[in-house]
Design a protein around this ligand. Structure first.
Ligand SMILES: *Cc1c(COP(=O)(O)O)cnc(C)c1O
Length: 225
């Protein structure tokens, strides 16, 4: 079995190669280690190898790990599906929420974000394949959502997040970048984040402008559940 530190080295090399090919700086791309279903020790291994940003999908599981790991200086990103009843917990201590797809959830996060913390970093999830079964805001409604969320002072709207179907990912990544550019132009914003690309397609995503790649299995191996 490969060690987590070796896996991280491999993933960083892939990021570096993709960035170079795209004429981009590696420092503009954040590696988010997706640690869902992985235990405390796996995260400690990744931390020891220099990893600081971690992504989790299941709030209860993640809150337990956050407590176990409170001695480490980590940045926590929520990338799971989000309902308003999770907003209070997320707003109290998390650093990023990537999957906001409606105003009600954003307002709830905004209301609960404590004054003593920095504004919560937000990405809006776009249903980029326009499939009824998928979560995310409709493409036709994303500009209006961005305009509204950008006004919430306890949030810092950073950009967009997508999970395209694998067979269509490159055009979807390109379209996401276009949508971000249009939002910035239309509303005079400076959104700087595209959360896109996973273990299988991080190179393509970086080619299309990704600034956060969310990588699970390529770092930690197969998931535990
Ligand atoms: C699990 C997950 C990932 C990581 O996927 P891998 O294929 O294991 O790299 C990335 N993003 C989201 C939203 C996920 O749920």
């Amino acid at each position: 079995m490969m060690k987590i530190s070796d896996n991280l080295t491999q993933v960083r090399k892939r990021i570096q190669a993709a960035a170079q090919k795209a004429g981009r700086s590696t420092s503009d791309i954040t590696l988010l280690a997706v640690s869902k279903t992985q235990g405390e020790l796996a995260i400690r291994d990744a931390y020891a190898a220099g990893q600081r940003d971690f992504g989790e999908n299941y709030l209860q599981e993640a809150e337990q790990k956050r407590q176990q790991l409170s001695d480490l200086d980590l940045s926590w990103h929520f990338i799971g599906s989000i309902q308003s009843n999770k907003a209070k917990t997320l707003a109290r201590a998390w650093d990023w929420v990537h999957c906001v797809d409606r105003l009600k959830v954003a307002e709830s996060l905004n209301r609960h974000r404590p004054e003593n913390l920095n504004p919560l970093n937000i990405c809006l999830q776009v249903n980029i394949d326009n499939e009824a079964s998928k979560s995310g805001c409709k493409i036709s409604e994303i500009e209006a959502l961005a305009e509204a969320v950008a006004k919430l002072t306890r949030l810092r709207l950073r950009g967009l997040m997508v999970i395209p179907s694998p067979e269509n990912s490159t055009p979807a990544f390109k379209q996401t970048k276009e949508i971000l550019n249009n939002i910035n132009k239309t509303y005079n914003l400076e959104l700087d984040t595209l959360s896109m690309g996973m273990s299988a397609d991080l190179g393509e995503a970086i080619q299309c402008g990704s600034t956060i790649v969310r990588v699970g299995t390529a770092i930690f191996g197969a998931r535990k559940k």
